[in-house]
Design a protein around this ligand. Sequence first.
Ligand code: 5GP
Length: 257
Amino acid sequence: MNQRRRRIYEGKAKILYEGPEPGTLIVHYKDDATAHNAQKKAVIEGKGVINNRISELIFNRLNEIGLPTHFIKRLNMREQLIREVEIIPLEVIVRNVAAGTLSKRLGLDEGTVLPRSIIEFCYKNDELGDPLVAEEHVTAFGWATPQELDDIMALSIRINDFLSGLFLGIGIKLVDFKLEFGRLFENDTVRVVLADEISPDSCRLWDLQTSDKLDKDRFRRDLGGLVEAYQEVARRLGILTESNNGERSKPVLVKSD
Ligand code: 5GP
């Protein structure tokens, strides 16, 4: 890694560096895992490499269907080139099946299919533990304008439809996931684009047949086998060959876009 480039920001699972051109950044995927608002921490070897690849595939597909994202290209095992955006301080959660905090909050059995997909907003603030907020809070406090919120909801629904089909095709149920959006400034215009990542760190993915968890709940709930589960997702997406995992044996691209 080039140590001279300027570090812009370090998050729980990723580091952002200055990019090669103005308006670009490099995102580096770490192996660090955190849960329960960073009260639980671990380093899980190989996680960053797999998430980089899975997120690359998903963002490429979304770009291909005309959904605007910050993603430009993957650079290496752990890094991507992205467009610099102004992050909107919201975690946008899309749910198809009850699980996690929704199940706790409303007393719903995990696995209950929701009457329709539900979008929730959390205010991105570690000190407050990313509290759930209403649309009213979002616009009243100016975190996003009503137009931006409309765009975010329309994009989230498209992403959910696309991803639900993508995962269904490989025998995985997309239970829920978290998205982040940013403002992309181009010439005199500004538009909302998808940012951050989409990976088993930010989605709940259940095997369709067995309901096995193939996501970060394996870490959150001490189930073990996290890297193996992420590898399984990557393998089904056609990214990794059976024998490959993590950094020690380099992932081999078996299907090129
Ligand atoms: P829950 O609110 O049930 O904990 O999470 C709902 C969905 O959003 C899950 O797929 C979970 O992985 C994702 N999610 C919620 N908060 C975060 C977060 O801070 N980081 C990541 N990576 N995913 C999150």
